[in-house]
Design a protein around this ligand. Structure first.
Ligand SMILES: Nc1ncnc2c1ncn2[C@@H]1O[C@H](COP(=O)(O)OP(=O)(O)OP(=O)(O)O)[C@@H](O)[C@H]1O
Ligand SMILES: [Mg+2]
Length: 237
């Protein structure tokens, strides 16, 4: 579904992503794991069409163009950015409507908003509240719901658990698993490696802009190098 080859992204003289290759097959949850500054956000922003890059990214056989976010969104690639990117001074409802802006099927889009309220009753209860009055977990649900309203086929999630309590993190991870069961493909950027590897099919480990390890999530979870670097010592039993 997505093929990334030799991806390089620069910030002025800084080479933040240094030749990343990455593949995503339809129906997978792919994890992109790495420490602060490894290049995770830069990689997903390039995939979403929000950066200038070298190398190639193809989606369903079409080669994407750098900085083509609107095209990518319409083609079914939606991103929930790091920090969620919701508009705090707008209501929950207005944030959700924004998610449908790229849709031409307005009647169906309106129905999808109603369906989103059914899926996330908390958003329905708070639909007229300002988004910044929601809890962190609720804001993450709102950000995901908004992205889903563009009807993506591939959802890019940049550290959805950032700043969330453990229980809320678990709820967000369960939501991600349920989205995949419904047929969505997910690229999940995370630092919480252990939990991420439990729900992912395959994973890539980034270090200073390069993929240093990749493979089946379960194998990575049991890898001693990975364990020392990211899983806090002991390997999973
Ligand atoms: N706008 C920018 N200008 C200059 N350098 C940047 C910019 N954004 C990121 N960088 C640098 O690029 C590198 C990769 O950053 P990136 O945000 O992609 O990392 P990350 O893996 O998402 O980290 P984190 O886990 O902290 O979100 C880092 O060295 C960072 O300092
Ligand atoms: Mg980041």
């Amino acid at each position: 579904m997505l093929k990334v080859r030799g991806l390089e992204v620069f910030y002025g003289p800084i080479r933040a992503v240094r030749g990343v290759d990455l593949d995503i097959e339809a129906g997978e949850i792919i994890a992109l794991i790495g420490a602060n500054g490894a290049g995770k956000t830069t990689t997903v922003r390039a995939i979403a069409g929000l950066a200038t890059y070298k190398g190639s990214i193809s989606y369903d056989g079409t080669t994407l163009t750098p900085n083509s976010a609107e095209f990518n969104l319409r083609a079914g690639l939606a991103m929930v950015p790091e920090g969620r990117g919701i508009l705090g001074r707008m209501t929950v409802e207005d944030n959700l409507s924004m998610g449908t802006y790229c849709r031409k099927d307005r009647a169906q889009a309106a129905k999808d908003v109603v369906e989103m309220y059914e899926r996330f009753p908390i958003l329905s209860a708070r639909r007229h509240s300002l988004a910044n009055l929601l809890s962190g977990g609720e804001q993450q649900m709102l950000a995901i719901a908004r992205a889903l309203l563009s009807r993506p086929r591939l959802l890019l999630l940049d550290e959805p658990s950032l700043g969330l309590a453990p229980k809320t993190t678990t709820a967000v991870f369960e939501l991600i698993s349920s989205l995949r069961r419904d047929g969505l493909t997910v690229l999940l950027v995370e630092q919480k490696a252990r939990q991420t590897l439990k729900i992912a099919d395959r994973a890539y480990l980034l270090e200073t802009g390069r993929v240093v390890m990749s493979g089946q999530a379960q194998n990575l979870a049991n890898d001693s190098l990975m364990s020392q670097a990211f899983l806090g010592g002991a390997t999973t039993p």
